[in-house]
Design a protein around this ligand. Sequence first.
Ligand code: NAD
Ligand code: DAU
Length: 378
Amino acid sequence: MKRNILITGGAGFIGSHVVRLFVTKYPEYRIINLDKLTYAGNLANLKDIEHAPNYTFVKADICDFETILSLMRQYEVDGIIHLAAESHVDRSIRDPFTFARTNVMGTLSLLEAARRCWESRPERFEGKLFYHISTDEVYGALELTRPEGIKPPFSTTASSAEHHLAYGEEFFLETTKYNPHSPYSASKASSDHFVRAYHDTYGMPTLVTNCSNNYGPYQFPEKLIPLFINNIRHRRPLPVYGKGENVRDWLYVEDHARAIDLIFHRGKVAETYNIGGFNEWKNIDLIKVVIRTVDRLLGRHEGEDMKLITFVTDRAGHDLRYAIDSSKLQRELGWEPSLQFEEGIEKTVRWYLDNQAWMDNITSGDYEKYYDEMYKNR
Ligand code: NAD
Ligand code: DAU
């Protein structure tokens, strides 16, 4: 079936994997990648598919309502996968306005453009879908409930029931009440509410998914894993916030993209699905794995760069633990992460080491100034 799918934020980290998957897997679809190309948007992430006949790139701001509406009409968009956002928690602490503008007002502008565009057609919302990509951070923070001595990671394929029974742990469920703490998560929570409000008020077919921390190729090196891989390579300090005790639940980005594909095609309208790999790591343990992997792949003494670990002032309001229960998605749509963490991290480190030009392009120039300002006082 022919479809015209608008993917927002497709030049970013996760968006570029979603665009690549859709462009290559569905030659019959037209994929329109709409991105403002902020500091985080990088067309180099899509070099391999930029000339594909079913791919179109449009530089635009999701907050620019008139432009979005006219683009949606021009391309007769019938499906939207909305990833465009300001995504970095530390930046949201320094500049919350930008987060409210893009994440809240931008999402609202897209929703309203979709409503006006679709409602003006005889078939209205039939065959249409507004799919909003959100985060586990909207649920707030969990306590550390894993007993001492249980080594990470848990199996990426075990069912949540086993986790609960074995360790009495708490997870975020789709029914968990929203309790965001950072300006970033507050802005994402607000946008999630707007999306659901457009379903409940106007009957617009919408869907929301909340995913855990992604890792993999093309992630902007302000985020923990690519930042640390690059710093280890250059033997720069590794700024670990607080004591490194915070826990994150890591998912390989291509597994997230596969989940998005599945949910876009088979998910139930108005539903929420959590996406995660049951793969929790304390930051400090994860960092040690990254150090060992980089050292090994660079032919250094494994672990010799542990000395780069530098404990710095904690992030304000730093959420202690995120852990997603994705068993609904596993049960209802049969999705499972395909990669074990060890494989995923090896692939990721290898990619960054093999693509130093991609990294250097970003870390030279303006970003260098940002980095210095961000870390010099810690
Ligand atoms: P990213 O920062 O790498 O990319 C964001 C993209 O959005 C960039 O290409 C940027 O240019 C674009 N963008 C920003 N403002 C825009 C605007 N006003 N108009 C048009 N485009 C704009 O982000 P990411 O890590 O790929 O995250 C993508 C989405 O997934 C976000 O909505 C984020 O909240 C969500 N998410 C991310 C993670 C994660 O671990 N990275 C986990 C769960 C959910
Ligand atoms: O949970 C999903 C979220 O994951 C997404 O919604 C966000 O868009 C994404 O940025 C990510 O948020 P985090 O804040 O968890 O990711 P980050 O890579 O910034 O940090 C991961 C952990 O590592 C976190 O506990 C903070 C810590 N950290 C991070 C950096 C950048 C450090 O200790 N030092 C650092 O320099």
